[in-house]
Design a binder for this molecule. Structure first.
Ligand SMILES: [Fe+2]
Length: 201
């Protein structure tokens, strides 16, 4: 079965993300990645035996034609699926289990937030900032440019923030710091914790 966009668990993220940006992002950019990914997979007679995440982890066992184009759209699809899924218009407190893990790896939640925002501001081009779980079950904050997916580097993404201009430019213009500070208020940390528990190996 074709890979599908996640269904948004909210109608609006105003005032943090304006409706125009959300609509263009979800129905434009994310849809384009999803459609193009499915088109390229069909051209390769792919049988959809893997989940999209498993496909990314195992991408090297395939000899797809247009492989870089396929990776681009698979990364774009996965990144946006994670991003849209863990945003919310309800205030969510950080679950205790997640807070404990964050405190262990970063000192405190405030330290984690600062480190995440500082890392995101270091991106000089389009890209993403992630909280990932590494092979040693340690949380790390990383940047990847453009379409890249942490799955391609043996990391499992737990949380992702889109730092392409299309994610924030209409409302925030050049003020990426404000976008980052505000978006922390609409992260569904219950889902981040769920992602962490699912990622543990
Ligand atoms: Fe995006």
């Amino acid at each position: 079965m074709e890979y599908e966009r996640i269904i948004l668990p909210y109608n609006s993220l105003e005032p943090v993300i304006d409706d125009k940006t959300l609509n263009l992002h979800y129905n434009g950019h994310y849809k384009n990645y999803t459609d193009k990914l499915n088109m390229l997979l069909k051209e390769n007679n792919y049988d959809y035996r893997y989940s999209p995440e498993e496909l990314a982890i195992n991408i090297n066992i395939f000899t797809f034609k247009n492989n870089s184009d396929l990776s681009f759209n698979l990364g774009g699809y996965l990144n946006h699926s994670l991003y849209f899924d863990h945003l919310t218009n309800n205030k969510v407190l950080v679950p205790k289990g997640l807070a404990k893990k964050i405190n262990k790896c970063f000192g405190s939640f405030d330290d984690f937030k600062k480190e995440f925002i500082d890392m995101a501001l270091e991106l000089k081009e389009s890209g993403w900032t992630y909280l990932v779980l590494d092979k040693n079950n340690k949380l790390r904050i990383i940047n990847l440019p453009n379409w890249d997916s942490p799955y391609f580097y043996e990391f499992i993404p737990i949380m992702s923030i889109d730092m392409w201009e299309h994610a924030y430019y209409i409302k925030y213009n050049l003020d990426r710091k404000k976008y980052l500070e505000n978006i922390f208020n609409i992260i569904d940390f219950n889902k981040v914790y769920r992602n962490l528990l699912n990622a543990k190996r």
